[in-house]
Design a protein around this ligand. Structure first.
Ligand code: ATP
Ligand code: MG
Length: 246
């Protein structure tokens, strides 16, 4: 279990676009946390900064006290992270089980052990043996999501990052995947950070949430309190989401 802190983080791009503007976030070890915000508000930038893919201008990001600026130690630490990408990012030329073996192989060198772990994880996410030897293109979007989750957990992460976990799925499959993610977070006891613009996902999946606007968290609190929190921006966001989903 790992604690993640964004402390006064600034990130801008050429032309003066200030995307992160003194960002403060405090994600406790073992909690499921959601970062919510409109398209373009900087969610992906925040994730890239956390992963060290993008350099921050000032402030600090700390995972268990290790700073993103301490590049060598931080890179080592990134092994504890696992990410479920928006587009799944399965390898098209590998079968489903080969994809998951690839994940297991990151932490486990023994070939037969890797295969056994991969089988366990695939069954744990609800995939039947008949799909193990199929290619990603041969299974549905929901199944691909499950396979990507199996690969993500095969590396035995302490921190799980989910980028828009239900995008591209129909509402029923999205709901099933959300349940699966919630169960997985609970059973692994990991720290989970999800970025989304979907309020329903946030309310279902998270213990606590942060709502972003203009590069900072305008509200943080228990996800269930969002609609009555008294913050105009958050309440408008909530109302607009309800209109869209009707
Ligand atoms: N490498 C980059 N160079 C310049 N500008 C960038 C770069 N990456 C992101 N931006 C800008 O930063 C802003 C935030 O982008 P970001 O991708 O984080 O949004 P987002 O909240 O993830 O949106 P969405 O919900 O649509 O995925 C946008 O205005 C974007 O154009
Ligand atoms: Mg994004």
């Amino acid at each position: 279990m790992s604690k993640i802190v964004f402390s006064n983080v600034y990130k801008s791009f050429e032309g003066g676009l200030q995307v992160l503007n003194g960002m403060q976030l405090n994600i406790e070890a073992g909690e499921s946390y959601i970062v919510l915000g409109q398209s373009g508000c900087g969610k992906s930038v925040l994730l890239k900064c956390l992963l060290g893919i993008m350099k921050i201008d000032s402030g600090d990001i700390l995972v268990d006290g290790i700073s993103v600026k301490d590049e060598k130690r931080y890179r080592e630490y990134l092994r504890k992270f696992s990410i479920l990408f928006q587009g799944n990012a399965l390898f098209d030329s590998m079968t489903i089980i080969e994809n998951v073996i690839f994940g297991a192989n990151q932490v486990n060198k023994n070939k037969s052990e890797c295969r056994q772990i991969a089988e366990e994880k695939l069954l744990a996410v609800g995939l039947e043996k008949r799909v193990f030897d199929l290619y990603p293109a041969e299974i549905s979007g929901g199944m691909q999501k499950r396979a990507a989750l199996a690969r993500a957990i095969a590396i035995e992460p302490e921190i799980l990052l989910f980028d828009e976990p239900t995008s591209g799925l129909d509402p029923i499959t999205g709901g099933i995947i959300c349940n699966l993610l919630k169960d997985t977070i609970k059973s692994l006891g990991v720290t989970a950070l999800t970025i989304t613009h979907d309020l329903k996902v946030a309310e279902f999946l998270a213990d606590r949430a942060a709502v972003l606007n203009k590069g900072n968290a305008v509200w943080t609190g228990r996800s269930g309190d969002m609609k009555t929190c008294g913050n105009k921006f958050v309440e408008n966001f909530h109302r607009a989401s309800n209109i869209i989903s009707k």
